[in-house]
Design a protein around this ligand. Structure first.
Ligand code: NIG
Ligand code: FE
Length: 402
């Protein structure tokens, strides 16, 4: 298939570039008035309409924008039911921490998940996945962490595995046993339990995650869990600095984490710790929006020469949305990223944060054809600007229309 009359082809990145950092984040390879060829699910080549190949199987883009599908590196979309009751508590004035301290929050979702059979959990989760794919997400990471005991954590990881085998998107699984201390245990005993779950979890997961924050797990717990993960072949992805300056960034970098996520509360020490590291800082503006937290200091990170990714954090407690276009809009409107910076953060850098940037996240020959074709007239600027107007004409995953 050849897509012709592409108004702008954006996100063109040379082969071998796996992430963008500092000033690189302000640029993206663009070709106006272009064509692009897809074969066997891969991007094969592209060029200007002045030299369009004359072949069959043509799709007319009618001047629309063609871009890589979104790469959402941080979600918790396998959960049961909702936390709509806590939504009312939040409106009444309770904070995320206060709701958690009353035994609500993550523990509430764990109780619901415990009572939900695997089939129903899969169906509920698949609805969210379909919603995300319809909105242009082509690669996503999904965490466990509402099980908080071996049987329920493995149930979640099996559901993620089944999603991965069903959907045309790329899916990565993360074992987040250390999301909250399971009911009736001390923190110390529960960390031992998480370490004990690691070998079985590693058969189903790609990464291990720890909620390293005030009231949850400490940097020492994090270092220990990351080491246990490494012994089983799992790389780290840390929740850090959402509720307090937690030490989670430093613990993550020291433990070789692929990403450190949230970062609503950071000092220059966290930026310094990330210099020269392979670790991608991932910011989650949807949770700042929903919980009324400060937004992460994206521009300070970029000015210091770092790359950043943006992800949805889709979950029932702090970010009940997986809309990556809205995430991009929050990046521009509230974090003052330029549309190009926000675009790079929701595509190639998001893919990097899942270890998938050699396969997807940019317009690069050889990569999967995970693409969004917009309606005519859209640009990278209008996408986050008129942030609710429908813009997608067709999503392609692995070269096939969704
Ligand atoms: O990334 N902060 C910890 N975990 C999730 C929230 C999970 C929940 O409240 O259910 C987050 O925001
Ligand atoms: Fe999260």
């Amino acid at each position: 298939m050849i897509i012709i009359n592409i108004g702008s082809l954006v996100g063109i990145v040379p082969e071998g570039v796996l992430r963008l950092q500092g000033a690189e984040m302000s640029r993206t390879g663009t070709l106006h008035d272009a064509w692009l060829r897809v074969q066997d699910g891969r991007i094969v080549d592209f060029g200007p309409m002045s030299a369009v190949p004359q072949e069959g199987g043509v799709l007319d883009a009618q001047g629309g924008l063609l871009m890589p599908a979104f790469c959402d590196s941080h979600t918790h979309i396998v959960y049961a039911g909702s936390r709509a009751g806590e939504f009312l508590d939040k409106i009444a004035g309770l904070s995320y921490e206060e709701i958690a301290a009353r035994g609500g929050g993550i523990l509430n979702s764990a109780d619901l998940l415990h009572c939900t059979d695997e089939e129903s959990l899969y169906e509920q989760s698949m609805e969210r996945v379909r919603e995300m794919l319809d909105k242009g997400t082509g690669a996503l990471e999904i965490k466990s962490g509402y099980g908080l005991n071996p049987a329920d954590e493995l149930k979640m990881l099996r559901v993620i595995r089944r999603i991965r085998e069903t959907v045309p998107a790329l899916v990565r699984a993360t074992f987040l046993g250390a999301h909250a201390v399971g009911r009736g245990r001390t923190r110390e005993a529960y960390v031992d339990e998480v370490v004990g779950m690691m070998p079985q979890a590693a058969e189903l997961a790609d990464f291990v995650d720890v909620f390293c924050d005030e009231g949850f797990f400490t940097p020492e717990d994090t270092v220990r869990i990351l080491a246990a993960g490494r012994r089983c072949g799992l790389r780290g992805k840390i929740h850090a600095n959402e509720l307090a300056v937690s030490g989670g960034v430093q613990a993550g970098v020291a433990g070789g984490a692929l990403s450190v996520d949230h970062l609503e509360r950071t000092t220059d020490a966290e930026i310094a710790a990330l210099q020269g590291a392979e670790t991608m800082p991932v910011m989650l503006p949807g949770s700042s929006f929903f919980l009324g937290l400060p937004y992460a200091r994206a521009r300070a990170f970029i000015e210091a020469g770092l790359g950043i990714a943006l992800a949805s954090d889709y979950n029932p407690g702090s970010s009940p949305s997986g809309d990556m276009r809205f995430v991009m809009a929050l990046g521009c409107i509230r974090m003052r990223l330029t549309p190009v910076q926000a675009f790079n953060a929701v595509t190639l850098n998001g893919a990097y944060a899942m270890g998938l940037s050699a396969q997807t996240g940019s317009i690069t020959p050889g990569k999967r054809a995970d693409l969004i074709l917009t309606r005519p007239g859209w640009t990278l600027e209008t996408l986050p600007y008129t942030y609710q107007t429908p813009f997608i004409r067709q999503v392609f995953l692995d070269g096939e229309p969704l």
